[in-house]
Every structure is written in C-alpha cells, then in structure tokens.
Design a protein around this ligand. Sequence first.
Ligand code: PFF
Length: 454
Amino acid sequence: MTSTNKKGRDAFASGLGAFAATLGSAIGLGNIWKFPFLTGSNGGAAFVLAYLLSVVLVGLPVLVAEHLIGRKMRLDAVHAYGAVVPKQGIWAAIGWAGLLSAFLIMAFYTDVAGWVFAYVFKSAVAAFGGKALGAGTFSSLAGGTWEPLAWQAGVLAMTSAIIALGVSRGIEKATKALMPLLLILLVICDIRALTLPGAFAGVDYLFKPDLSKITGSVLIAALGLSFFKLSLGMGTMTTYGSYLPDGTRIAPNAVRVALADTIVSLLAGLAIFPAVFAFGGQPAGGPGLLFNTIPLIFSRMPGGAFFTTIFFVLASVATIGAMVSLIEVPVAWMVEKGRVKRPVAACLTGTAMFALGTLATLSQSAVLGSVRLFGKGFFDLFDFVSSNVLLPIGALAIAVVAGWLLGRKPFEAELRKGHAAQPWHTKVILAFLRFVAPVLILVILLNGFGIIRL
Ligand code: PFF
C-alpha cells in the first residue's frame, strides 16, 4: 500500500497520508452518485437529515472503532476480528461477512464506475465534435449489454492491476492532487445550478425537511448510506486502520474524514437538485440522476462539453480510491501470512468480482432485466443486501466488540497512542459505541424489517 513497517506489513507513511488514504476510500460514487440518487428517491430533506444524524451518531463512533481495532491488531479484517477478543474467535464472522459485502458492493459499484469512465470518453468525443451529449446517452449505455460489460471489465482490470503492482501509493498521490480539483468543479457546478431560474426549489428540497416523510425504509436507507459512505461495517476501515501509524490521532482523523466526506456529498446535492428543479426533471430519477443532470448543467456554460469531460475524469479518479479499498479487503486477507502473492490475489479477486458484476450489469439490460429475486433485480438486490443488511449488522457487531468486549483499558491505550488525548474523548466515544450506536442500529433494522413498529 505504501511504505513497509518493521513487521513487514504495509503502512501509510504519515498522518497526512493516512488522512488522504482514508478519505480516498470514503469519497467516491457514494457522494456524487448514491447520495443524490437516494435523496431523490427517499423524498429529499427528511432523508438528508436522517443521513446526517446517522453519520454523527453512528458512523463516526464506528469509524473510530474500526481504525482502533485495525491498528491494535495490525492484521486484515478476518484475522483481526478473530483475535481481538481472547477466546472468542467467532467475531471473525465480521471479517467473513465483510468479504461477502466487498464482492456484493463491487458487483454494482464497478458497473456504475464503468458508466463514469464511459462518460469521460463519450463527453470527450462530443466535445471534439462541438456537440453536447445526447439525451438518451445514459439509458442506452446502462441498458446495453456488451458496452457496459466492457467498461466494467476495463475498470476491474485497471483496479486489480493497481493493487497487484502495489502502486496504490501513486494513486494516493494522484488522489491528493486531484480531489481539490473535484471540489472546485463541484463548486462551479453549484454556482451554475443555483443561478438557474427556479433553482431554489432544489435547495428547499435538500434542506427543508418534511418530517412526515420519515418512514422505516427511509431510516434504513439513511443508515445504510452512512456506512457505505464511510466504508464501514465490513472491515475496510479496519484494514486501513492496520496501516495507520501509531502517531495518528484516531478520533480527530475520523472527524475530519467524516466532515470532508459529508461536505462533498452536500456539494453534489447542491449541484444536482437545483438543476433538476430548474430543468423540470424528476428528483426520483433513479441511478441515472447524476449522468443525466451533470451534462445538462454544463450545457448552460461556455466550454460546457469540455467541463463535462473534466468532471467525469475527476469522478473516475475518485472511484479508483474507493475501489482499491474494496478490493484490498479480500486481497489483504489472502496475502496476510504470505499464503498468496499480491498479484495472484488481485487477479483472483478481480475475476471473481467481474463474474458477480456481470449479473448486476445485465440486470439493467434485456438479458436479465426480468429476473427478480425477493422482488429485486440483481443490481438493486446486491446494493440492498450490502448497504441495508450486511453493513448495519457488521457495524453493530463492531460497536459491541469495541465498546463492550475489548475492555476499557486496551481501548483507551490504543486511542491515546502517540499523543495525550483528553480523557473525556474516551468517555464520549465509548458511550456512543456502547449505547447510542447499537441501540439506533438495532431499532432501525428491526423497524425497517417490520419486526417492531415505531
Ligand atoms: N465509500 C465509498 C463511496 O462512498 O463511494 C464506497 C465504499 C468503499 C464502500 C469501500 C465500502 C467500502 F468498503
């Protein structure tokens, strides 16, 4: 991943490197694609409010717990949870479920990442031809057969190669340089969108909550998004925690990551919804919302076709950091203890992910479009099972392990390693991990599945 430490494991070289890599895993399609798409299909501001609360009350404490356990154990997720509570190897199940989540998420994530890469190409071609992207671009791409599969295969081959070659350090550097550019471009989109006539209906939609819209399924979607966003509940952040230098201050680092990540999502929302309302579109536009709206916003600017291309270039860079961290979960597990070489592990993982990914991709086309399991196509099913079932259950188990089973002393010692933290930090974080996070997750899950009624 980066430099190698004494035990021969990879490690992030510095505190800033740790921040950038963690943020690189967090920021991705979740911000620019999933946050707007879920906000639109769950009724707007009430969902945003539930999401923000979920990040603060549940996501942040679990992020601290994952980094803390990862760094304490200095192992991949399966081995870390298998050993973290003496004589309770059963918790390795968190790591195993995490491996399953990594595959399910990558199956649809690489489909969407393929659309992003395709848009780089398509918007560049359109720009050279002096045209804008046609209105049917998204539906014909996503609903196709060979074209989305080819992009998906390309995306997976590239990400696996990055992991195999161990060049993630270069990616980290590129990400660090390009993220601020993505931010600038998002702000430009925001300004353009917000100055369109009728745009403020979109701001209201995003920030004026109608609390009657909060239902069990809205809550569970918001909770699931907060885990998906911060790469939690499946061992990704535990694995990254195992690369954190001892000097990294885990709690402030987590706060900075969550804050930066949330700002990027809100900026994406502030570009998309004002534009959707100004152009008379549908907020519940589904997975195509980003792809249909961004080119429209830029089409109202001089040099718009060029900016559309740059936007999707930056978006594709953001997806790489997230995908690298997703592939890293199974790869780290295989490579730990030196059983399998990194390139072999990357190749195997990439191929298996592609096999599962074809199901997600083809479920958007005529080939598997009519196949339904539990009332959902594969793309939606993989997304639902990972974000709304596996990640919350994983996060619940992690909160229990860190809050109740690890013991106060080891918890405190790891949190304070390398610096003197305020004693109240430990108290507050433990209170959240013991009570607030588990109770909220449990209640939202049980309510979401109709087992209890709020
Ligand atoms: N956090 C990433 C995003 O929001 O795009 C997605 C993700 C990456 C989820 C890594 C889970 C994970 F382990």
